[in-house]
Design a protein around this ligand. Sequence first.
Ligand code: HEC
Length: 105
Amino acid sequence: MTIIDNLTRAFHRRKGAVPALAAVLIMAACFAQAQDTGAIVRERCHECHELAKTCLVETDDAQWWHETVLRMVEYKSELLTADEAAAVSAFLADKGKRASVCTPQ
Ligand code: HEC
């Protein structure tokens, strides 16, 4: 009897386990994406100025962040793809996520 067999049996017995597992995986994927976006900010946003320039900003205005991030991409076109620019803007417009890249690790 393999682990897979055991899991399969467990899922058949308790059908609620499947949606529960799916929910956990989706949450993990969202978390991983937020982490990746934070890594992009840490890696790419200190080349021309310190990351501190980003951390000094206190607004949560998503529109402002989007315009600002797109301006950075105008300075360096290969900085971010359109998807990355959207993810980075949304990330930086969130106070908690901004703090996660701005507080020393
Ligand atoms: C190619 C160089 C370059 C890169 C890379 C760069 N920036 Fe900038 N950034 C600038 C310059 C130049 C300014 C000052 C002029 C301006 O605000 O447009 C600036 C200003 C800023 C400001 C202040 C804007 C304001 O109005 O107060 C923020 C915030 C900022 N950058 C965030 C970022 C973020 C986030 C990234 C990474 C996605 C990034 N920058 C990457 C060149 C760059």
